[in-house]
Design a binder for this molecule. Structure first.
Ligand code: SF4
Length: 383
């Protein structure tokens, strides 16, 4: 069981969109489950497309969804989008503090500010006061790309001399911590503590260093992410290695994985990471499959994909299913599965909790496996 770092807790959402708590364990709060979030890839002002995208993300399991609001027509669109969706919406604000005020007015549930491009104290204070009035939390996102101010760097390093090493991590951490401390001061002066912090970078080692450092210094919940992680094929590893490491160390309260691909993959992979670390209770089938070897006698790769898609759509409970290429080593390797299929000689033998229940030709494997999974699920539901 992972011991999570205690933090303050922030709460967002409402009855229609659901209530999401982030962090907890300090100041008399109970830790909330680590939440998964993602961000729309389309234009917010294209209302119908944006609503459809948000609903797809929510159906995939996103606990909250962020949207970009670079223009006034985006914050205008929020007034029509928010009533049509069922998940809390976060407005991602850069450069124009007015967009934050408009988004708050439009009914968003959380604001993300970037200290790198909205730093005027009066403007930040105005956003804080508007959020305070509506009880909305603010994420302070100090992404690597947006906070490295070259002119300022040497001065910062000197000010924080000796605290950080003079390597690339040391530079970033020094500037990031200084920036965060300065920025947080504006919030604390206004007695505002509904804060989430993020410090993303495309460099996985820097992500680990930054969040580890922040977790030692501040007790606000942390939004984990590797920014610009790239295509899903490589972005999965780039994201899951550092984020999994942090989460396994108890650091991190909400996660966004970011791919140059359909954001639904971000939600699915983020959830799978949390399931693997037992930080979230699994919804739906827990599928394992063998990698195949020279003993294989069916098209297992195709079968596994078909099983995954079919069971994802049909089974709600966290049933453990194994798809194994042969009966030689399969039973040992599939031990613990509720339902298992062992392929061989163009046939599939199905076991339920270690008992053989069917032996079907290859073309009937999928239907027979689904039928057994449904029977098993019904039995579990009946108690
Ligand atoms: Fe090979 Fe059979 Fe193991 Fe699959 S289950 S990897 S086919 S030995």
């Amino acid at each position: 069981m992972i011991q999570r770092r205690p933090t303050r807790q922030v709460t967002l959402g409402d009855e229609q969109h659901g209530i999401v708590k982030i962090g907890g364990g300090a100041h008399g709060t109970q830790p909330a489950p680590v939440s998964i979030q993602t961000m729309t890839a389309g234009y917010t002002y294209e209302i119908d497309t944006c609503v459809a995208e948000i609903n797809r993300m929510a159906a995939a399991g996103a606990d909250l969804v962020r949207v970009a609001v670079p223009m006034k027509k985006d914050t205008e669109a929020l007034k029509q989008i928010i009533p049509q969706v069922r998940v809390p919406i976060v407005a991602d604000v850069h450069f124009h503090f007015q967009r934050a005020l408009e988004a708050i007015e439009a009914g968003v549930h959380k604001i993300r500010l970037n200290p790198g491009n909205i730093s005027d104290k009066k403007q930040v204070a105005e956003v804080i006061d508007a959020c305070k009035e509506k009880k909305l939390p603010i994420r302070i996102g100090v992404n690597e790309g947006s906070i490295i101010e070259r002119k300022d760097k040497q001065k910062r390093m000197k000010e924080l001399g000796g605290v950080f090493s003079n390597d690339k991590h040391g530079h970033f951490l020094a500037i990031m911590i200084a920036k965060l401390e300065e920025y947080l001061e504006i919030f604390y002066e206004r007695d505002f503590y509904d804060i989430v912090i993020s410090a993303k970078s495309p460099d996985p080692t820097l992500v680990v260093a930054a969040y580890t450092e922040i977790s030692k210094r501040f007790d606000h919940p942390l939004h984990l992410g590797v920014t610009h992680a790239g295509p899903k094929e490589t972005g999965t590893i780039r994201s899951v290695v550092p984020l999994g490491h942090l989460l396994a160390s108890g650091i991190g309260d909400t996660v966004r994985i970011s791919y140059a691909n359909d954001p639904v993959y971000e939600v699915e992979d983020g959830l799978e990471m949390l399931y693997c670390l037992e930080l979230r209770e699994r919804k739906g089938v827990d599928l394992i499959a063998c990698p195949t070897c020279g003993r294989i006698q069916v098209d297992l790769f195709t079968l596994v994909q078909e099983v995954r898609e079919t069971l994802k759509a049909e089974i709600e409970l966290p049933i453990k299913v194994a798809v194994m290429g042969c009966i030689v080593n399969g039973p040992g390797e599939a031990e613990g599965a509720d339902v298992a299929i062992f392929a061989g000689d163009r046939r599939g033998i199905i076991y339920v909790q270690g008992q053989k229940v069917a032996n079907v030709p290859e073309e009937e494997i999928l239907a027979a496996l689904l039928a057994e999974c449904k029977k098993f699920e019904a039995k579990v539901k009946a108690g």
